[in-house]
Design a protein around this ligand. Structure first.
Ligand code: CUK
Ligand code: CUA
Ligand code: CA
Length: 645
């Protein structure tokens, strides 16, 4: 930042931290478990004023500016949190490029309003979308040869336990699956290759964790017997999106990661206590990261060693420790990790899983090959899979990697990102006191949750950018009332020192995201009319079909007109309007909005969409095009005449 760009007040504005942020956390119960680490940390370099430089480390933009007309180098595909959507930003500019409605209802595109989107979302008996809410946290892409292939992206819905898939070519959601007997589906990660078949070096499975313990099945029995509550880990088929199998675990699951060799999936667990209230989830000094041996789980399913739960037909195998005491046949391995860990990420070389400590000021480094050795019966205890446990700062949540052996962990309480070296942390763990583990720290504003690096979740991690998704923006932007936007801060990690490049806003509230090189994403510019079985092929279509009280109106749009100037129906009719956009010009979408009928959607070039509704209000209704398309856009209307019955 240039000097005259800085606000007059102290640009780092760290005074917030001592007061409001931590005060708020006391209410959330977090400080309870942290009192000890805070005392311990108060003398570490992280807390000395000399290191708390804040924006002093920020740089002139110049080098990373994206001038008008120029394209960004990267896409960020970001979760939208309880907005229920997925967003796409450009990096390094931070410009918003798209909002993809997924679990939410969106009247711009008509998601949850058109028949096609409702078929994906599922419907209630009255025909409305089954759920109107969702909570997306983790977006991940399909892999081929250890890097993104751009084909699919998946995202979780923590709120209603669903997994959605987004097509990479249209960046639209095409399938949603509800997970049976799961509540609080949080972590999600695709596999990167098959654990057994060597020729399948691409994604064929998607794994889903479950954060909340519930009665199994959760149908009204066993409501108070909390000891019998359980959590299931689910595997979906990446193509069909059907749930293939589930594993019952001890404790809960938070985030999910997968190994590059396809053999393991992992999930950090903060509630190994099976606690019901937050204080019951904190007594254990160590919780765990649970590892799944995918080939063994699938062999157990194939051998019929499963049960089904409630109405679900999905096979459920037993991954609880009692049933898995012999490592050589175990399906699961519970690696102890200090206290209520959050986040698990694998390094781009495929060697290490890193769990962030959250209530412990540490990160735990777990070696992939050691976990596999444990499964072969070669280690004494699961804790022997841990090869490093550096102290990194207060409230570590998530870790990104630069592909040069360094890790970048978000510190929620310290409001910092800490850069540390993984091999040095391993040496330190082996007793080497001279190992230089912590390499740099940078202040972020404020309270970072997820942080992620460019291509950092692939073997092509390029170490250029780290994006910090901060949970509080406080004073970073113009005040807009009680609800603040979130701050996302872009950090240059290409050098020894991290350099803050800029803040960009994000509507509440994103969690995880991925930064994808732009050449990976290959989108199409228009649809093919033939993809839609109900397409209205005649651009001059004047067709209305009546079948008793059911009426179908076939409409085409071509700027600046709909094919019918008006159409007449009767009060009480069940009306289906099918609209095909005949314009072929890239970006030339038309919309269809019906006043009083609560209907609005768009059709992209060569696309077909439909809506069905009951014509319960007599009168004249000007159906208009809401999407600016032409000089005569305002004139682009058709008259729906509903005759009184
Ligand atoms: S969680 Cu939100 S900051 Cu859902 Cu990935 Cu960690
Ligand atoms: Cu068509 Cu506006
Ligand atoms: Ca715990």
């Amino acid at each position: 930042m240039h000097e005259h760009d800085t606000p007059p007040a102290d640009p780092s504005r760290r005074s917030f931290l001592g007061k409001s942020a931590l005060a708020g956390l006391a209410g959330a119960g977090v400080t309870m478990g942290l009192t000890a680490c805070q005392d311990k940390q108060s003398t570490t370099p992280a807390q000395t004023p000399a290191n708390a430089q804040g924006d002093a480390k920020s740089a002139p933009h110049g080098k990373f500016d994206v001038p008008p007309g120029q394209l960004d180098e990267y896409y960020i595909l970001s979760s939208g949190g309880h907005s229920g959507d997925v967003r796409i930003y450009g990096l390094p500019s931070g410009r918003t490029i798209k909002e993809i409605p997924v679990f939410n209802i969106d009247c711009m595109v008509g998601w949850g309003i058109t028949n096609e989107s409702k078929a994906i979302l599922g419907t209630k008996p009255d025909g409305s979308a089954k759920f109107k809410t969702g909570d997306t946290h983790h977006v991940h892409g399909s892999y081929r040869d250890g890097t993104y292939d751009g084909k699919y992206f998946w995202v979780n819905d923590k709120l209603n336990s669903r997994v959605a898939r987004i097509r990479g070519d249209t960046m639209e959601c095409d399938k949603i699956t509800q997970l049976p007997n799961v509540q609080g589906h949080h972590g999600l990660f695709p596999d990167k290759r098959d654990p057994v078949k060597a020729d399948i070096n691409y994604t064929t499975r998607v794994f889903a964790g479950a954060e909340f313990h519930i009665p199994l099945p959760n149908q009204g029995a066993g409501l108070t017997d909390t000891a019998a509550y359980g959590c299931l880990f689910s595997c979906l088929d990446a193509e069909t999106m059907e749930v293939r199998w589930q594993v019952r675990v001890d404790g809960n699951m938070d985030l999910v990661a997968t190994s590059y060799d396809g053999k393991l999936a992992a999930s950090n667990q903060y509630n190994t206590e099976n606690g019901v209230h937050y204080e019951d989830m904190m007594p254990a000094e160590r919780d765990a990261c649970v590892f799944f041996d995918i080939a063994r789980v699938e062999a157990a399913v194939a051998a019929g060693k499963f049960v089904t739960i409630g109405d679900s037909k999905v096979p459920v195998v037993d991954g609880r420790s009692q049933a898995n005491s012999d490592p050589k046949t175990a399906l699961t391995c519970y690696v102890p990790v200090p206290k209520n860990p959050h986040g698990v990420n694998i390094s781009p070389d495929g060697k290490y899983f890193v769990c962030a400590g959250k209530l412990s000021p540490t990160c735990t480094v777990i070696a992939n090959d050691r976990v596999q050795a444990w499964f072969r019966g070669e280690l004494k205890s699961p804790r022997d899979c841990v090869v490093g446990e550096p102290e990194v700062g207060l409230g570590p949540l998530h870790t990104g990697f630069d592909g040069r052996g360094n890790a970048y962990t978000s510190l929620f309480l310290d409001s910092q990102i800490v850069k540390w070296n993984v091999e040095a942390a391993i040496k330190q763990f082996q007793g080497d006191k001279s190992a230089k583990v912590i390499l740099d720290r940078i202040d972020v504003h404020y309270q970072p949750g997820h942080g992620y690096t460019s291509m950092g979740e692939t073997k092509e991690a390029d170490g250029k950018f780290f994006n910090s998704g901060n949970k509080f923006s406080k004073d970073r932007f113009l005040p807009v009332g009680p609800l603040h936007v979130e701050t996302e801060q872009l950090i240059d990690i290409s050098g020894d020192k991290m350099v803050l490049l800029h803040d960009h806003t994000a509507y509440p509230e994103p969690h995880d995201a991925i930064i994808v090189r732009r050449d990976v994403i290959k989108t199409r510019q228009i649809y093919d009319m033939k993809e839609f079985p109900h397409a209205v092929l005649d651009p001059k279509s004047q067709k209305i079909e009546r079948n008793g009280k059911k009426v179908t109106v076939y409409l085409a749009s071509q700027a600046p007109a709909f094919s019918m100037r008006e159409f007449t129906i009767k009060q009480g009719d069940e009306v289906t309007i099918i609209l095909t956009n005949h314009d072929k010009v890239e970006d030339l979408a038309h919309g269809f909005a019906i006043p009083q009928y609560d209907i609005c959607f768009i059709v992209n070039p060569q696309e077909t969409k439909s809506v069905t509704f009951k014509a319960d209000k007599p009168g004249v209704f000007w159906c208009y095009c809401p999407h600016f398309c032409h000089a005569l856009h305002l004139e682009m209307r058709t008259r729906m005449i509903v005759e009184k019955s």
